[in-house]
Design a protein. Structure first.
Lengths: 573, 179, 119
């Protein structure tokens, strides 16, 4: 199938109509941007749902502008949609598929993915999955309301979730999306293994590519059982089987295991590309070599492997075997070691550098600071003893938003603002970028620091109306504060959208290498034409040779031959 | 890494399929071990039909590997002919399966009657889906191979087909023999 | 390893007799069918699953050419299998004990077959 695609990939260098060029393209850059824009549109859905249910939590029972009164069933559907959209249709497509598609061939110095048509198929399946999910908003009963983890019996039996069609469509959409990313991941891995530029050895590959490939590997190895589980759940919903129903001898805990065997590695699937993006941005704007390049890679590999042995820490209160709970506590605490090591490495990269506080660099620094809070609060939840108290409270919620928001938004903004000149050939506005940065970061902390407190104070998740719990009434002020933070956060996003669209057409023309960076994508024109490089690059050194002594320039691109000690090949700014 | 790109991709496909089938077979084994009563249900399955299907798939694997051998010698038409035999094997497998299922369903052993039968239909159905996909791709590969083009694809589809065969090698004792 | 790879590319130097492998596989198939006829549980398990593993190994080794494939391909397949074993190992303490560890089940599971296998 894939080989079939390759032989026909030679078309496409001639002039094409809009549809052929932008909708049916096999060019990796176009597919990357398709993923990016689809992901951004889905983020609007994810953002709107959170606005509605946060308003309900702050002002229970009142009319929510643009929505109306929120019913309990609607509340469930909104929460479920927010969770699944943000993880499966925003974080995954943007971090892995968009950046992976755009960057892998450019940074490896080749003209396209090895299977361009497979790549297009992957996007089309992904788009189909997004459309199916959106379609579920309009079926009887509304979209799925059984939480993004879809635990049976809630997800299996329409009598409990009250969304018979929504549940099935949700499941089909998620399964299709997995298949799309499996195809895409195979493409990424094969490309990275087989089409690097001449001279580029394994340890000359930029960190972000390593991370995306590792993430694809982790995804591939972890998602299988959940695909099997999704098929089983689909049959439970629609064809009267009882795989997860104890009354027929099935076991609901099996679903939890299958889900989290994927679900926890999934955290690292999105974390690793985010760390990679941050590494690229940080080295460029510290004008300094990445501290311990190989250690970063080995640490990431170690993280990937350990991530397969921590999944049951999501189930400490699900009645799992207590001996296993002890085991999984240990593995969970162990995985914080490589992640902490990574944090130290990044801080060491900053040390002694000449830091430029550009917008991408601000986002990268914020990633480290905010993710650190997410990581540290995870320790309480990884230990079975304390997790019993924190489980399913807003403390958990605040914890994983302190990991996922930095991953899915802060690192994405870092990557977008950093590679924007390459994507569209123009610079983004720095002043608007910084306003957007500070507004977003401050508002983000205003949302989630109060939620740590309400969680520790006893607020349980998945509660529709806290006015029914008078003993928790004292926390209402914090809930309102969090909602106000959210409103501020949302209010700052149009600035980014305006900046993005305006800069696309009216920004300052960027030139090939505006940041004076080393990696190969900056050797191509901005935006790169079909086929990427006018002349295929050859690699002479690693990706992070900044501020090398004895050179006039403080950067030394990978493709510049060593016998030209004075200046990089092209001089554009 | 020294592997032709197509074959490398097929190995990654196989790797991802291992975990998909691993998930469903692992779940089945765990359930089977904790439900001794399923032995009675397993006794209903037709061991001879299963054995015949194993024979068919093993033979189709043989023709697939012989097709690969022919392709390596540059004999495209022979490779195409052997691939067609392989497709014929897949077809036989599906026909036998259809008769088995018809018999079982008409005797009341439907997908909802017991968890054993749920696994029986879902696992074998997922495997059957892979057989069908393999057959379709193989027909495309045979078409180009006949013209002596893209002969490396013969090996690639062969690897996938052997993997589908491998899954059945485990499904057979799990669903038919263990009582 | 390198010379294996070139041998593979040319395809002339490996002399596996595929028909012989196929014949051995068929003999093993007969063994796995006949095994349960003795009615001894251990024999059944060995002839069913032991033989299945041998068959799988032979197909992977000779038909999928893992014998002359790059070694790391084998490692990847083994790692995937190992992940599956780890998964089953982590799940089985829970799923092998449907009745749980510390509580009583208050209902009767339906008798086998009663769910609808009505003949």
């Amino acid at each position: 199938m894939s080989a079939h695609a390759a032989s026909h990939a030679e078309h496409g260098h001639h002039e094409q109509g809009f549809v052929r060029k932008y909708l049916l393209s096999t060019d990796h850059k176009v597919i990357g941007l398709q993923y990016l824009f689809t992901g951004m549109l889905m983020a609007l859905i994810g953002g709107f749902t959170v606005y509605v249910f946060r308003m309900q939590l702050a002002f229970p029972g009142e009319e929510v502008p643009l929505w109306g009164r929120v019913t309990a069933a609607q509340y469930n559907a909104l929460v479920t949609t927010h969770g699944s959209v943000m993880i499966f249709w925003v974080a995954m497509p943007v971090l892995i598929a968009a950046f992976g598609n755009f960057l892998i061939p450019l940074m490896l110095g080749c003209d396209d993915m090895v299977f361009p048509r497979l790549n297009r198929l992957s996007y089309q399946l992904f788009l189909l999955s997004a459309l199916i999910l959106i379609a579920s908003f309009f079926v009887p009963g509304g979209p799925f309301g059984g939480a993004w983890t879809a635990y049976p019996p809630l997800s299996a039996d329409p009598a409990y979730n009250a969304t018979p069609w929504g549940a099935t469509l949700w499941l089909i959409a998620v399964a299709l999306e997995f298949v799309a990313f499996l195809l895409g991941g195979i493409n990424f891995i094969t490309t990275a293994m087989n089409s690097r530029a001449p001279g580029m050895k394994m340890f000359d590959v930029p960190i972000v590519i390593w991370m995306i490939v590792l993430a694809s590997l982790v995804f591939m190895a972890s998602v299988g059982p959940l695909i099997a589980g999704a098929i089983m759940l689909l049959f439970d919903q629609r064809f009267g089987t009882g795989f997860f129903n104890p009354a027929t001898g099935g076991d609901p805990v099996l679903w939890q295991h299958l889900f989290w065997f994927f679900g926890h590695p999934e955290v690292y699937v999105v974390l690793l590309p985010a760390l990679g993006i941050v590494a690229e941005v940080m080295t460029t704007f510290s004008r300094k070599k990445l501290f311990a390049y190989r250690t970063v890679i080995f640490t990431a590999i170690a993280t990937s492997i350990i991530s397969f042995f921590v999944w049951a820490h999501h189930q400490f209160v699900a009645g799992i075997d207590p001996r296993m709970a002890g085991l999984f506590t240990v593995t969970t605490l162990i995985i914080s070691v490589p992640i902490a090591e990574m944090m130290f490495i990044y801080i060491a990269t900053l040390y002694g550098g000449s830091i430029r506080f550009t917008t991408p660099m601000l986002w990268a620094l914020a990633f480290i600071a905010e993710f650190l809070i997410g990581g540290v609060t995870g320790i309480y939840l990884g230990a079975a003893g304390s997790d019993v108290y924190f489980h399913d409270t807003y403390f958990v919620l605040a914890h994983f938003h302190y990991t996922f928001f930095p991953i899915a938004f802060i690192a994405t903004f870092a990557g977008l603002t950093y590679w924007f000149p390459k994507m569209f050939g123009r610079m983004m506005d720095e002043r608007l970028g910084k306003i957007h940065f500070w507004g977003t970061i401050i508002a983000f902390n205003v949302i989630f620091i109060p939620l740590f407190l309400t969680g520790a104070g006893g607020d349980h998740r998945r509660i529709f109306d806290y006015s029914l719990f008078p003993e928790l009434a004292g926390l209402q002020g914090l809930r309102v504060l969090a909602t106000i933070g959210l409103l501020v956060l949302i209010a700052f996003q149009p600035i980014f959208i305006y900046n993005f669209i305006n800069s696309m057409f009216r920004g300052k023309v960027a030139g090939a290498n505006p940041w004076r960076a080393n990696t190969l994508e900056w050797a191509a024109p901005s935006p790169p034409p079909h086929g990427n490089f006018p002349e295929m690059p050859v690699v002479y050194r690693g990706p992070y040779e900044y501020s090398v002594e004895g050179r006039d320039e403080d950067y030394w691109p990978q493709h510049v031959p060593p016998d030209d000690p004075k200046r990089p090949a092209e001089q554009v700014a | 890494m020294g592997l032709p790109t197509g074959r490398l991709a097929v190995w990654w496909v196989v790797a991802s399929e291992i975990v998909i089938f691993g998930g469903i077979l692992g779940s089945y084994v765990m359930f089977r071990l904790s439900h001794d009563s399923w032995a009675e249900q397993a006794a209903v399955t037709n061991t001879l039909a299963g054995a015949f299907n194993t024979f068919v798939l093993l033979t189709s694997s043989l023709t697939a590997v012989l097709a690969h051998q022919a392709a390596e010698r540059g004999d495209g038409p022979r490779a195409a002919r052997l691939l067609h035999f392989t497709v014929l094997g897949g077809l036989t497998f599906l026909i036998v399966k259809a008769f088995e299922w018809t018999y079982e369903i008409s005797h009341g052993y439907t997908i909802g009657s017991n968890l054993f039968w749920s696994f029986y239909y879902v696992a074998a159905g997922l495997h059957g889906l892979h057989v069908i996909v393999g057959m379709i791709i193989m027909l495309f590969v045979a078409r180009t191979a006949k013209r002596n083009e893209e002969l490396h694809r013969v090996e690639n589809i062969g690897i996938y087909w052997h993997f589908v065969d491998l899954v059945w090698i485990f499904l057979f004792p799990l669903l038919y023999i263990a009582k | 390893m390198a010379e294996h790879a070139t041998a593979h590319a040319h395809g002339e130097t490996h002399h596996t007799n595929y028909v012989k492998i196929w014949a051995i596989l068929l003999v093993l198939l007969v063994v796995s069918v006949v095994g349960p006829e003795f009615g001894i549980r251990t024999v059944t398990l060995i002839t069913a699953f032991g033989v299945a593993i041998v068959k799988a190994w032979m197909v992977a080794h000779y038909f999928m050419h893992l014998n002359i494939e790059k070694k790391w391909v084998v490692y990847i397949m083994v790692i995937m299998l190992a992940f599956m074993l780890a998964m089953v190992g982590g799940i089985s303490p829970d799923v092998l004990k449907h009745d749980g560890h510390n509580w009583e089940k208050l209902w009767e599971e339906p008798a086998p077959g009663a769910g609808g296998g009505a003949h």
